[in-house]
Ligand binder design. Structure first.
Ligand SMILES: Cc1cc2nc3c(=O)[nH]c(=O)nc-3n(C[C@H](O)[C@H](O)[C@H](O)COP(=O)(O)OP(=O)(O)OC[C@H]3O[C@@H](n4cnc5c(N)ncnc54)[C@H](O)[C@@H]3O)c2cc1C
Length: 239
């Protein structure tokens, strides 16, 4: 199904083959009936989430930002009848997982739709922490959006992750730079990410070795890199 969100879609795809889901995976997605030319197009999308459908099948979810080509107007569940099933062709998965389990502090930076690639890392780190497979004692996800409505893209999953986090290792920091709707919501910063200061204050109180992600952060981190602070980048980092 395709759910409409502000400036984006959540595409829930039933998977008919066995698949070992890992953070960092992306696929080429083609939805032939999405529009006249859609059958000719396939685009890469990060696997943002997954959940069981029944005992044999899973649902994989992609978050697709609305742009001017294939994504401009996809047929959503609200304008299709309930029984209409859209077929999707998926090629993959591709992508190389970044191994984060050895780090005590993990700082993840995302802007806009870049969140799609970061959430699976948060999920996996928390799962591995609970199975004693990850050393992370502090995971901070910084997410900047340019419209407050975009927080809805992944709102429920963030709540799920925070509920699973019984040991309080996860800290989610939201930054909104425009199109305010509440202007005063708790846990939301109404300003842009001040990358350098955020990293400095985290590094001062860090636990164990540290790893930092996101391209925009590169310059801020360059001077701080040492054998205990590493910078890793995901394959998809929108501007
Ligand atoms: C590894 C990877 C993962 C991605 N994951 C996501 C994701 O999770 N969510 C998301 O919304 N987008 C993601 N993208 C971007 C996405 O693949 C498409 O670029 C976008 O959805 C195209 O939409 P459109 O046809 O409406 O774009 P248009 O309005 O036609 O173009 C928008 C921009 O995308 C560029 N573009 C178009 N097609 C491609 C393509 N096949 N490959 C690279 N650039 C292209 C154009 O040059 C333009 O700059 C990812 C890209 C990569 C490379």
């Amino acid at each position: 199904s395709i759910e409409s969100l502000p400036d984006a879609y959540q595409v829930h795809t039933k998977i008919s083959r066995p698949w070992k889901y890992r953070a960092g995976q992306y696929v080429y997605l083609c939805v032939p009936r999405a529009s006249y030319s859609a059958f000719l197009q396939s685009h890469p999308y990060m696997v943002a989430w997954w959940y069981p459908y029944d005992k044999d099948q899973d649902i994989v979810v992609f978050i697709i930002q609305r742009q001017k080509g294939f994504t401009q107007s996809l047929p959503t569940s609200s304008n299709l009848s309930q029984s209409t099933e859209l077929r999707a062709i998926i090629e993959g998965p591709y992508g190389k997982e970044i191994h984060l389990d050895e780090y005590g502090t993990v700082l993840l930076f995302a802007t806009g739709i870049g969140i799609a690639g970061q959430l699976p890392y948060v999920r996996q780190l928390l799962e591995n922490f609970h199975n004693y497979d990850a050393k992370a004692r502090r995971i901070v996800l910084f997410w900047q959006v340019d419209s407050e409505e975009h927080l809805q893209w992944v709102g429920q999953w963030m709540t799920d992750l925070l509920e699973q986090d019984s040991e309080y290792v996860l800290d989610i920091r939201l930054f909104v730079t425009g199109n305010y709707i509440t202007n005063g919501a708790e846990h939301v910063n109404y300003r842009g990410l001040d990358v350098e200061n955020l990293i400095r204050s985290e590094i001062e109180g860090r636990k164990g070795r540290s790893v930092i992600s996101r391209e925009q952060v590169r310059e801020a981190v360059r001077q701080m890199l040492d054998k205990d602070i590493h910078l890793k980048e995901l394959p998809f980092h929108p501007l």
